[in-house]
Unconditional design. Sequence first.
Length: 139
Amino acid sequence: MFWSKKKKLPSSLVEEAKKHPNGYVYEFDSRFHPEGAIPNYAIKGAWPVGGNGVISGEFEPNPHYSEERIVKLLKLAAKNPNKQIPDIDYRLDGEKNVPIFTVRGYWPVDANGKIGKAYNPNPKFDKEKSSAYIKSRQS
């Protein structure tokens, strides 16, 4: 649910804003661990916070939020307990074998098939090579 000034903001959000003056407070998909890594497509949006630690503007939706990608990731996690799921660019969805330099990192999956808290970045990820590879696959 997206909040607006017409609805009362949750007290947890008001408290979080106090910790981030001149920043933002984010709303993310609740299926991700609140203390873990959150992919950009699971962030619903944000509220700007003023210098006094008070929310100072309207909710700004994230254009990259994708329920479809979240559902795909969670279904994959449910099928792969106690494993790691590669985090690849959505434009490579459906490809079974991708070069290691296109894998941003790995989502840990617990024994219950749920996404864990600790995201594991891939030290071999190369943004430029990955972009060139994706571009070559699209032509």
